[in-house]
Every structure is written in structure tokens, then in C-alpha cells.
Design a protein around this ligand. Structure first.
Ligand code: C2E
Ligand code: CA
Ligand code: CA
Length: 646
């Protein structure tokens, strides 16, 4: 018979091109990649042997029978391997545990071994084929070959359907396509024996696999060329599966955004590459990863070398980093996590790591943080608080308390600051300092902001608009730095004010300097737009961190709220007298009014009045209170409002 192997020749070409690219790109030594390589090589060998075999039979006059016999033998051996290897690849995608995978693999291993044994004994049994007088004829068990292939297609499809939640959509599509193409190719070949097509199905699937599931660029960070976060996760997953103990060092380069801002991205990237190059000198390139942000991760398989690697990194960061035309001294923090002591799963690893990196950002100098029981407990607490926060937001049980702000000039309460509270069934009272930070990280701060603002609007509409003699002029609402720099801040606020018919002048937004530092132009835009409508603004927590009066010049604030620590230090240290006095004077000369926070005693209140501040907020005039209690308090406090609505 004259075989048509044109498709096989084209397929061989494509598969070799993949092999070439595969061999020259950085591939992480993980199981999935090893199986892919084996599948690729088996498919190439099978295809090449198929072609050579057809060629040999067509030229039987010159090719000896033993050679044709050998070609057919190798072809069958590798054909059997191809379908089994693809089955193994599918299993790896399912992310089974080591034991589970071993058990399921056995379902494929048994037919595979039977197939290979039959190939091995073919010269004696003539099961698949027979070669007599250099002519190829199908053996008595040739049908078994077709059943074998169909069995594997069925296994692949069944396993994929069962694990559809674990296997990404593209990968599932490719597995189904492979099975469908394979069946079509076999069907055509069955009807037309001279048409060789099975390698075409392999080639098409290998191309698709290489561009999606095995794409090397998906695993590499474009800036440094080292593995990215996906590669890291895969490597960790592999180690967990093998039940190996190992350590992960995550190194966060401090304040790298300053380097970006000063030198520009390109130069800053050169420094990152430089750091990466150093790291691969202390451990090999497959153990270094560059993640999102300015973090590098090192996988340490031999825990004995952990101290040595850590020590070298600390030492190196004491020196200068140099790239072309750039020099920089950098601080870093290192977070060390051990498997299996400090985490059991990938989500736990990521959660604890991010938690610790955030924690380390608050430290000033280079530092090393080891995950320990305490950090794990702290991390678990943040998870619980996050869950409580989600519950409060979805059930609408986030409460708003109001704290009075006293006007020195009017001798009465003129404003209230809205402060959120969570009273959780499981965790009890959760202080805002705890949940606001979590909300800023997970993005639900916007929802908090909206719910608090809506509560304030309801409060104003119900108790203040119809009762001007209550004396409340406005409500202060906290806008977190994360919210303050969102594009749609203005669009989120205005509809609420309209819905409850609240004059914008009754809303004062408290913003910390952090928002001004993060995105000054966007914040200015919102302040101008809302300000034109009558919304007023307070600079919150003035006197903490690296507060700077230039922000007071640049941004249109009406009030400046002096942080309680600044006020408290006034009563503790003589030197603080000068600072507070001068700061108050400066703010007032700039045309803004001063609110002091944290005033707890009559003596403190009197002293602040003497300093000439316009407003006082603190426990002396009232703690944050629930709505009703607060209303009662104001009616008692503000003389004119006494006759109303008790
Ligand atoms: P903040 O904006 O500086 O609010 C003032 C904090 O100081 C409040 O703490 C208040 O209870 C406390 N305070 C007021 N007077 C005194 C005093 O005389 N002595 C003492 N020891 N403390 C006083 P709270 O309610 O625990 O809130 C803490 C922080 O949480 C707030 O600080 C604010 O940054 C944030 N926060 C609270 N609610 C919200 C909210 O709805 N949105 C946003 N973005 N942040 C909020
Ligand atoms: Ca505030
Ligand atoms: Ca404050």
C-alpha cells in the first residue's frame, strides 16, 4: 500500500519548531514541564518513525526487512507512550494529592504496560503487525490499538469533567479538542488506511499547549527575566505535593517607588535586574523569583543554607547598588516562612506572607521577620476580622457613632464626627483602627465609606434639616486615603446627597495626608469639584508621620485637625508647647481653622481655648455615641435646642 504521509511531515516540522523554542527558553523544572517535554519528544519520535517506516516500506527493495521491522517497533512503542503521557499531563492539571494521583495514574499505567508488553512480544506473537517478505500486514490484535487510544481519550475527558473546577477553561478546551481531533483522525485513518493523520492531532494540540499551558513567558517576569509569581506558586505547590521541607525568603525592597520617581522606570528596572543578578550568585536562577511590586523571592531547599543566604543578602544591602548611570542605597525587609511549620497550603502561604510584608513596611531599617506562632495568630485574627467586616457590610450591621465637636466661639456642639463601629457576634467589639486597615487592603473601604455617608445623610435628613435649633452645622465623614484617590469619589458622593436632599455644605470630608501624597492631582480635582458645590474639607491627623504644611498650601482645606498625640505631648513636654503654638498660628494665618482632638479634661480644654483654637473634640466633650444617645447629649449641651423634641 502507498501511504500518504504529507500531514505527518508538516506535523513533524511544527513539533520540532516547538522543541527548538522549548529548549532555548527558561523552563522551570516542574513535573508539568517534565511531562510536557516527554510528550513532545514521544510525539516527535512516533511521527518520525511513522514517516521513516512508510518510506522504508515504499522502498522495500533497498531497505532491509530488519530495518523496517525496527521502525515499526519503535513507532508502536512511542505511540503507546504518547497517549499515556498526555493522560499524566491531565492528571497533573487536576492538582491531586500525591497519593490520589498515584492511585488514578494506575488506571492508565496498566493498559499502557500491557500495550508496551504486546509491542515487545510482537516479533513473536505478531499482535499488532507482521512483516513478511518486507510487506507490512496488520496483526490479529491490531484493533486493540484503536481501543487503547479511545480508552485514553475517554479517561482524559472523564477526569477533566470531574475536575472542571480545578482545571482552567483553556486547558479543559485543549483536552476536549485533543480527544475530539484524535477520534476524527483515527476515524479517517480507519476508513482510509493509506491516510496517516494521528500525529496531526498531536501537533495541533502541542502547539495549543505550548501557547497556553506551557507558555514560557507566562512564567517569567518581563523586567528581570526571572520566574514570576505564577512560577513561584507552581514550584511551591510541587514541593508541598512531594512533602518536602523547604523555606521561602521574601524580600521587599523598601520605598522602591522613590527610586522609580527619582530615576524613572527604566533606570529603576536596571537596579531590580542588578538585585536579581546578585541573588542568582547566592542560589541558582531557578530558585529566584521576582513578584509583583518590589519583592524578590528565594526558595531554599536546603534549610542549612538559609542563614548563609540571609546573611549574604543583609550584607549586600549594606552596600551600594549600581546600574548604568544609577547608584542607590536600598533598605529591604526579609520575611522567612518554613514549610511545613509556618503554612500548609498556598493560600495560607500568600496570606501570611502579605500580612508580614505589610507589617515590615512599618519598620524603618532593613529587617528580618520570621514567621512564628504569634504572627500566625495575628494573621488568623485579620482573617476573622475580615470575615466579620464582610458580614457587617452585607447584613448592614456596620454602625455609625457620632462624636461631638465643640465650637469655642459659640460655646456649643456644632459638628459631629461619624466613626464606624462593628459589634460582631463572634468577635465582639472590633475597633476601627483594626478593621479600617483591613478594609483598605481588601478594597471594602469604599463600601464602608458609602454606608457611613448614607447613614450620615439619613441622620441629617431626619434630625438636623428639620431642626436647625439643634445647632449642628455639619457632619465630618472620614475618607480613607484609598478612597480619596479613587477616580469616582465625587460620583459616589453626590447621588447620596441628592437622594436625601442634603446641602453639600453639611458634609465635611476628613482626609489624611496619605491621600495627598499618593495621588495629589486626583485628590485636588475631587476637592475642587466637591468644594465648588459647598462640601468642606479637613486635613485629618495633622502632626503625625511626616506631616508637612506644604499640603495645606496646595490643597483647599478649611479645617486642620490636630492629632491627639500632638495635643497630649503638649501637656507632657515643654518643647511641644512651642511646636503646637506655632503650628496653630501657621494654620490660622493660612486662613484655616483648627480642631484639636483628644481633649480629655477641663484643664486641657481651657488650655486649648487659651491657645486660640476654634474647635475642640475629645472625651471631655463626649465620646463617640450611637445616634440616639448623641442626640440626647446635644440637646442637653446646646442651650437653645433644649426646648425641642425631647
Ligand atoms: P480619627 O479619624 O483620628 O478619629 C478620632 C479617633 O480618636 C476616634 O477613634 C475617637 O474615638 C478617638 N478619640 C476622640 N477623642 C478622644 C479622646 O479624648 N481620647 C482618646 N483616647 N481618643 C479619642 P476611633 O473611633 O477608634 O477611630 C479610629 C480611627 O479609625 C479614626 O481615627 C479613623 O482614622 C478611623 N475610622 C473610624 N471610622 C472610620 C470610617 O468610617 N471611615 C474611615 N475611612 N476611617 C474611619
Ligand atoms: Ca477623622
Ligand atoms: Ca484624627
Amino acid at each position: 500500500m502507498q501511504y500518504n504521509y504529507d500531514f505527518e511531515v508538516a506535523s513533524l516540522l511544527f513539533m520540532n519548531m516547538i522543541l527548538l523554542h522549548f529548549s532555548f527558553s527558561r523552563q522551570f523544572p516542574i513535573e508539568k514541564t517534565r511531562i510536557f517535554r516527554a510528550f513532545l519528544l514521544a510525539s516527535i519520535t512516533e511521527c518520525a518513525m511513522n514517516i521513516v517506516s512508510c518510506f522504508g516500506l515504499a522502498n522495500a527493495a533497498v531497505v532491509p526487512q530488519w530495518a523496517n521491522d525496527l521502525f515499526a517497533f519503535v513507532f508502536f512503542a512511542f505511540e503507546g507512550a504518547c497517549y499515556y503521557l498526555f493522560f499524566c499531563y491531565t492528571l497533573v492539571l487536576c492538582e491531586y494529592s500525591k497519593q490520589e494521583e498515584r492511585r488514578i495514574r494506575l488506571i492508565g499505567l496498566i493498559p499502557f504496560l500491557i500495550f508496551e508488553i504486546m509491542v515487545l512480544f510482537n516479533p513473536l506473537l505478531h499482535f499488532f503487525y507482521e512483516m513478511t517478505d518486507n510487506v507490512y500486514t496488520q496483526g490479529w490484535g491490531a484493533q486493540f490499538g484503536y481501543y487503547y487510544i479511545i480508552l485514553f481519550f475517554l479517561l482524559d475527558v472523564i477526569i477533566t469533567v470531574f475536575n472542571r473546577k480545578r482545571i482552567p477553561l483553556t486547558s479543559r478546551g485543549i483536552i476536549y479538542l485533543y480527544s475530539a481531533l484524535g477520534v476524527v483522525a483515527i476515524g479517517i485513518q480507519y476508513l482510509n488506511r493509506s491516510m496517516l493523520l494521528t500525529s496531526t492531532a498531536h501537533a495541533i494540540v502541542l502547539i495549543l499547549m505550548y501557547f497556553s499551558m506551557q507558555n514560557p513567558s507566562q512564567m517569567l517576569d518581563p523586567v528581570t527575566g526571572y520566574g514570576n509569581e505564577s512560577a513561584l506558586i507552581l514550584q511551591i505547590r510541587n514541593r508541598i505535593k512531594k512533602e518536602k521541607s523547604f523555606a521561602v525568603i521574601t524580600m521587599d525592597v523598601r520605598q522602591f517607588h522613590h527610586i522609580n520617581a527619582i530615576f524613572g522606570y527604566e533606570r529603576a528596572n536596571e537596579i531590580l535586574t542588578e538585585i536579581g543578578s546578585y541573588l542568582v550568585t547566592i542560589c541558582d536562577a531557578y530558585h529566584v523569583f521576582h513578584g509583583a511590586g518590589d519583592t524578590f523571592t528565594i526558595l531554599v531547599d536546603n534549610e542549612k543554607s538559609l542563614d548563609e543566604i540571609g546573611g549574604k543578602m543583609i550584607e549586600r544591602f549594606e552596600g551600594i547598588w549600581e546600574a548604568e548611570q544609577v547608584q542607590a542605597v536600598l533598605n529591604m525587609s526579609m520575611v522567612v516562612q518554613h514549610y511545613p511549620e509556618d503554612f500548609a497550603t498556598i493560600p495560607e502561604f500568600i496570606g501570611v506572607r502579605n500580612y508580614m510584608i505589610n507589617k515590615s513596611k512599618k519598620l524603618r531599617n532593613s529587617s528580618v521577620l520570621e514567621a512564628d506562632r504569634e504572627t500566625l495568630q495575628e494573621y488568623e485574627r485579620t482573617i476573622k476580622v475580615e470575615m466579620a467586616l464582610n458580614r457587617a457590610l452585607s447584613d448592614g450591621t456596620l454602625q455609625v457613632y457620632y462624636q461631638p465637636i465643640y465650637s469655642v466661639k459659640d460655646h456649643k456642639i456644632v459638628s459631629l464626627e461619624a466613626l464606624s463601629r462593628i459589634e460582631d457576634e463572634e468577635l465582639g467589639f472590633i475597633p476601627p483602627d483594626e478593621f479600617i486597615q483591613i478594609a483598605e487592603q481588601n478594597g471594602s473601604i469604599t463600601q464602608i465609606g458609602e454606608q457611613v455617608l448614607e447613614e450620615c445623610c439619613k441622620f441629617l435628613s431626619k434630625h438636623v434639616l428639620s431642626n436647625s435649633s439643634l445647632g449642628i452645622e455639619n457632619i465630618h465623614v472620614n475618607i480613607s486615603a484609598v478612597q480619596g484617590v479613587q477616580k469616582n469619589l465625587t460620583e459616589n458622593i453626590l447621588p447620596l446627597l441628592e437622594q436625601y436632599h442634603i446641602p453639600p455644605s453639611m458634609i465635611n470630608l476628613e482626609i489624611t495626608e496619605r491621600a495627598a501624597v499618593t495621588a495629589p492631582s486626583l485628590l485636588k480635582y475631587h476637592m475642587k469639584k466637591l468644594g465648588r458645590l459647598g462640601v468642606t474639607f479637613s486635613m485629618d491627623d495633622y502632626g503625625t508621620g511626616n506631616s508637612n504644611c506644604t499640603y495645606l498650601i496646595q490643597f483647599p482645606f478649611q479645617k486642620v485637625k490636630f492629632d491627639k498625640n500632638l495635643v497630649w505631648s503638649y501637656f507632657k513636654k515643654k518643647e511641644a508647647h512651642i511646636v503646637l503654638k506655632n503650628e496653630i498660628k501657621t494654620v490660622q494665618e493660612l486662613g484655616m481653622t483648627v480642631v484639636v482632638e483628644g481633649v480629655e479634661t477641663a484643664e486641657q480644654a481651657m488650655e486649648m481655648e487659651h491657645l486660640g483654637v476654634e474647635y475642640i473634640q475629645g472625651y471631655y466633650y463626649g465620646k463617640p455615641m450611637p445616634e440616639k444617645e448623641c442626640l440626647r447629649y446635644i440637646r442637653n449641651f446646646n442651650p437653645e435646642s433644649e426646648e425641642y423634641g425631647r
